[in-house]
Design a protein around this ligand. Sequence first.
Ligand code: FHN
Length: 475
Amino acid sequence: MMNQAREVRSGHRYLAVVLAAVLLISGVVLAPGIQAQPAQKNYMNETELQRDMRMEWWRQARFGMFIHWGLYAVPAGVWKGEKIPGIGEWIMASANIPRDEYEKLANQFNPVHFNAQEWVRLAKQAGMKYIVITSKHHDGFALWDSKVSDYDIVDLTPFHKDVLAELTEACRQQGIKMCFYHSILDWHHPSQYVDPNAENPRAGHARDLIHPDQKYQYVRYLKEQLKELITNYDPAVLWFDGEWTDWWTKEDGIELYNYLRTLKEDLIINNRIGSGRQGMQGMDQGSGYAGDFGTPEQQIPDTGIPGADWETCMTMNDTWGYKSWDDNWKSSETLIHNLADIASKGGNYLLNIGPKADGTIPAAIVQRLQDIGTWMDVNAEAIYGTTASPFQQPDWGRYTKKPGALYAHVFDWPGNGTLDIPAIEQTVSRAVLLTKDGEQELRFKQNRSGVTVSLPSSAPDQIDSVVKLQMESLW
Ligand code: FHN
């Protein structure tokens, strides 16, 4: 009997070893309480062609809308009657609002005027091709119906609606790509806290700490929420932020990158998934790099970021999240010039809006988006699918190019009636001015020293008139 029992036990042991080996070889990992996950590939080894194909739509798009929206829109830059300096979405940190007090803002977050179709239409009419909205900012509040947390718009606010679901559907209907901004840092999650020795808690980076024994639990929560976002809303881009804390490592970034691409192979992910942002551009391709594009913030790099995909994100005033007392708006002229400038350097422009807590969008924002849209109605072809200028930046504006065409963006209309363009190897077949009434033929001369285009006496667009040179062959 004893021998039989021993044999059965050793048979069981043998089966267990075989089963473990099979699971390991097939890449299935089972941990208590975790469902089987597919094997994680290393997407860092992607070929250039695979990458080009994945990035194609994003490179064509060149222009997107950033939306910062969450509980911070309720105080809108004012706490207990005091105007709080700094960016609106940081008010929890800047005004040192304790978690339980901040949470109560959810009772007042009732965006009854929120209209997903109108928000998306506004972006589309401005010529934007994608929207990146804060699924979760640093305050930890989720704008969708998360199943792993109650700290979300559906469970905690009187509104009870899943705004990400509505926006995703509106984007699908209107042909706009839906993308999510997601903060790695989380001021609400119990695993994290502020260094009590930090002089001005929250004011600077790297003061947000994690209880080391709770990091695993938080990363699991982060991944579960991200899995919900991918599974339920199928975003085209995940745009990370809040990665600068000491506890988020390069390895964490790479692991998360591979995890997310395993869930959605063609997902595009920004560089801030990796730790070690260098300046605001974060193009540390050597040690900390783990993403697909660089993210210069509130700046346009002088010569772009050669050899890399990049996107400048920028506010229209001085805040990302709505602030009732920030009226320092950039002019429509500046915004259109920025769009042309960024395209001329080979980048994308992610222009931010901060909607109000009631779901309306400030009139100053709507006006600017409409102005950009009016310009794009005539000139969008000089932005979409273009690549960086082949020439030095001229005094009068910018250049963009695409196969078969060069676009001269004329910010300052020449008084002498001619536009001088440097030598081009290809033969120019046509020169036209883009106007609201269509293309207007222009006379031009081409010789070895360049192309001289004759212009009408006045500019069709006071901000940026586009002269297009069409080439006989691709370049
Ligand atoms: O701290 C954030 C800030 O609130 C905002 O979200 C911007 C957008 O790029 N990023 C941060 C800092 O880099």
